[in-house]
Write a protein of this length. Structure first.
Length: 75
């Protein structure tokens, strides 16, 4: 897995935020960075959706935020 490539689009590199959290080869810091990027991407999509510019996507923000809290508690 190429971390830098995955960081550009975590949703493309991983099936779910949980897959990032569970990945055995990533450090906690790398997981946090990936999930923070995924959260940013989701927020951008939410803004586009509110402006009727995007399609329907499942809401992952709650899941991402919960996983980030758990990782930050471990750090």
């Amino acid at each position: 897995m190429d971390f830098k490539k995955s960081l550009k689009n975590p949703a493309e590199a991983f099936d779910s935020p949980q897959a990032v959290f569970d990945h055995p080869d990533l450090s906690n810091q790398q997981k946090i960075e990936l999930l923070q990027q995924w959260r940013y991407d989701e927020l951008e999509t939410e803004v586009a959706d509110q402006e009727n510019m995007g399609g329907d996507k499942p809401d992952k923000l709650g899941e991402i935020n919960n996983l980030l809290l758990e990782l930050e508690d471990k750090s």
